[in-house]
Design a protein around this ligand. Structure first.
Ligand SMILES: [Cu+2]
Length: 493
């Protein structure tokens, strides 16, 4: 287990693969596809001594099939609420081929079971903590009351259970749940405490997007395996997390029919930003982002996902012949191979109009603008929002219920390895601009997490709803949030 002293001691903490300020930062050439994404290439840090990324544990790609996480069944259903039970426990599961790896997970799985819920239908989940340590659960992207949000000090003790309530009043979206225990969230999420929570919007059936077996959630992350198959976790070990995982298996293959699929891509890694593209000159049609469907589909050559972000894409294998293969690549290498194994009828479609966005509320005379800065301090080994580390006893921002604000989020780190992002709990916001330029393709919809590259600034417009209380905002590169890059807002009447 990590302790706070180790995290905050100079020299002991490395933020995103940095050690004592000695860095070697090879810049990769930007391909035209990367330029399309507007964010430049993935930039991996390499430490100058002692920790060259090791690939010994990285198995050959496409040896195992990508599983689809099972869908959780309610234990009880009433007129307006479904009740689910989730056990959080340690277990040994097959991740690398033929090897058992100990994970901490929901239902004992590295990728927890998927909750598929409907907009307008309330859900209650009883989480039972079968671990030897206190944990909690945060519904990332969820519009929920503060006491169900998984505040870092609001924990479920070992052997105890706790009910969380999710109203599901928001539009359909790809949400996810994960641990948010103070100072432990990075290690817990790394070891498997995450799963999908899919809200189906009332408007979705009539859109006739690919559905059922052709609507597949794909959780992407990276890991560092020891030779015995165990997961190695250390905050400074990010460069060694070279084994890419899709739904918990290393660079797997996935059999598909020659038709359209809806893939819900989610990056749960602690530090890696994925830059995803298809080979064979195929493109993805992005239909959704963090907060649900976009107003209109957007063709993407590259989909960029920083930690915590989601992109829903439709991929059409219809023109492919049986026997063909299509690889989903990250800039660091292959992630997943789609194997076209059968022909299929396809009456799904991607309509030109998906889901109109709510109009941006007018900002009245009481308009509130805030400046949010993100920075790491290598000397102190700390990570800051507005020059301070997280303090649960300090409220950083007071927000009036129902108000609309503009936040300018600036990454004060200029080192190219030090991208950050910002995730706000409770709300879905809109991206207004990036350093004055329009948001990137695919960023026009509702967002709860935004990438803020080194030296850049992003303005977001946030409307706060009905819920009162304290909620977090933080960098979702979880080694950074553990290091202090986290703050809280209090919504007041
Ligand atoms: Cu960060």
């Amino acid at each position: 287990m990590l302790n706070r002293r180790r995290l905050l001691t100079a020299g002991g903490l490395t933020l995103g693969g940095m050690v004592g300020g000695t860095l070697l930062l090879p810049r990769q050439e930007a391909s035209p596809a990367m330029a399309d994404a507007g964010l430049g290439p993935h930039r991996r840090t390499h430490m100058t001594h002692g920790a060259t990324p090791t690939r010994g544990s990285d198995p050959a790609p496409f040896r195992v099939r990508m599983p689809v996480p099972r869908v959780l069944t309610p234990v009880a259903s009433y007129r307006d609420v479904d009740v689910y039970h989730q056990d959080i426990r340690a277990s040994r599961v097959e991740m690398l081929p033929g090897v058992r790896t100990e994970v901490l997970g929901y239902g004992g799985a590295f990728v927890g079971p998927t909750l598929r819920v409907r907009q307008g239908r309330r859900v209650v989940v009883r989480y039972r903590n079968g671990l030897d340590r206190a944990v909690n659960t945060h519904l990332h992207g969820g519009h929920v009351a503060a006491d169900s949000d998984g505040y870092p000090m609001d924990l479920i003790e070992p052997g105890r259970s706790r009910f969380y309530e999710y109203p599901n009043t928001q539009p359909g979206a790809t949400l996810w749940y994960h641990d948010h225990t103070h100072h432990m969230e990075a290690e817990h999420v790394y070891r498997g405490m995450h799963g999908f929570y899919l809200v189906e919007g009332r408007d979705e059936r009539r859109l006739r997007l690919p559905s059922r077996d052709h609507d597949v959630p794909i959780m992407l992350t990276d890991a560092h395996f020891a030779p015995d198959g165990s997961l190695i976790y250390a905050p400074e070990d990010t460069p060694n997390r070279t084994t890419l995982l899709a739904n918990g298996r290393p660079r797997p293959y996935f059999p598909v029919a020659a038709r359209k699929y809806r893939f819900r891509l989610l990056n749960v890694s602690n530090f890696r930003t994925f830059h995803l593209s298809l080979d064979r000159d195929m493109t993805m049609t992005q239909i959704g982002s963090d907060g649900g469907l976009l107003p209109a589909p957007v063709r993407r050559e590259v989909v960029v996902l920083s930690p915590g972000e989601r992109a829903e894409v439709v991929v059409d294998f219809g023109p492919r012949r049986v026997g063909e293969q299509v690889v989903l690549n990250d800039v660091s290498g292959p992630v997943l191979r789609f194997d076209v194994v059968t022909r299929a009828a396809d009456d799904s479609r991607v309509p030109d109009v998906l889901r109109p966005l709510p109009p941006l509320p007018a900002l009245g005379s009481g308009r509130t603008d805030r400046e949010i800065t993100l920075k790491v301090d290598m000397v102190r080994g700390a990570a800051y929002i507005n020059d301070q580390v997280f303090d649960p006893n300090r409220v950083d921002v007071r927000v009036k219920r129902g108000s609309t604000e503009i936040w300018r989020v600036t990454n004060l780190d200029t080192d190219v390895s030090l991208d950050h992002n910002l995730h706000l709990h409770l709300v879905q916001f809109r991206i207004l601009d990036r350093d004055g330029a329009p948001p990137l393709p695919g960023e026009s919809g509702l967002k709860d997490t935004v990438l803020v590259p080194a030296g850049a600034s992003v303005r977001i417009q946030v409307t706060f709803g009905d819920f009162l209380g304290r909620y977090l905002y933080h960098c979702h590169m979880l080694e950074h949030s553990v290091g202090g890059m986290m703050a809280q807002m209090e919504i007041v009447p």
